[in-house]
Design a protein around this ligand. Structure first.
Ligand SMILES: [Zn+2]
Length: 246
């Protein structure tokens, strides 16, 4: 199982890979799960978590956003682990209804997939509704047991997309970018492309060196910087929200 370690000794395990990634942030005190994958992966996710023989329980589950392929096991995990669910307030109403509209396509083929998918709707792309416990907005200092973890809004792929900044070193970014292609991180789906590129700028300003996406492999700072320069010119984006705020 792939893992990353930060200067304060937090370990990030990749507890689910393949179609969708899930990560577990682990310290000597607590464990935090990020995303839950698709329903079909539920047993595998549980098995991979069990294989870590964690000394502590999972206290929190953070959802980078509420598309079905990231949150279909949320209800089950909450029942099993009795953990709190942390997510953006902008997607709370979706969680309660058990369906989040699929994002727009950024290429002609993904535009078609998105339209067809939204016609099918909750039947294939829904999830068991759940109630979030902590709702975050633009920025949230999430300091469970004094851990150095921040959550920032990185909207664009969806309205309520958030990223988790671990120890100012590693960012878990959901679908704000994609790690499937070698030289591009531009995702095939995004509700607001411009907003997403602005979020890339925010992520660069956190100083993180590694970006862990919801699909594919880790993304380097160099590649994010290159893509940010390319797309901010392409889409004519000049203003980047300053982070951290003065
Ligand atoms: Zn998504």
């Amino acid at each position: 199982m792939q893992k990353w370690k930060t200067k304060n000794g937090y370990i990030i395990f990749q507890v689910l890979s393949g179609r969708s990634n899930s990560y577990l942030i682990s310290s000597d005190k607590i464990n935090i799960l990020v995303d839950t994958g698709k329903k079909l992966s539920c047993k595998l996710l549980q098995k991979n978590i069990d294989s870590l023989n964690l000394k502590r329980t999972i206290t929190s589950l953070i959802l980078t956003h509420t598309h079905y392929d990231h949150c279909q096991n949320t209800f089950t995990i909450k029942e099993h682990e009795k953990c709190e669910i942390v997510m953006s307030e902008k997607e709370a109403r979706y969680a309660e209804q058990g369906f989040t509209t699929l994002p727009k396509g950024t290429f002609p083929i993904s535009q078609l997939i998105s339209r067809l998918g939204n016609k099918i709707g909750a039947k294939s792309f829904g999830y068991k509704p759940f109630t979030p416990d902590i709702l975050v907005n633009e920025e949230f200092d999430f300091k469970p047991n004094n851990m150095n973890i921040k959550i920032i809004s990185t909207s664009g792929h969806s309205k309520g997309s958030i990223s988790i900044i671990v120890d100012n070193e590693i960012a878990i970014v959901g679908d704000a970018m994609i790690g499937v292609y070698k030289n591009s991180i531009f995702p095939p789906f995004a509700d607001d492309k411009e907003e997403m590129i602005i979020s890339w700028g925010k992520l660069l300003k956190t100083g993180c060196n590694i970006f862990l996406p919801g699909h594919g492999k880790e993304i380097s700072r160099e590649l994010l910087q290159k893509e940010y320069t390319l797309y901010s010119q392409k889409l004519n984006i000049h203003s980047v929200e300053y982070y951290p705020k003065p």
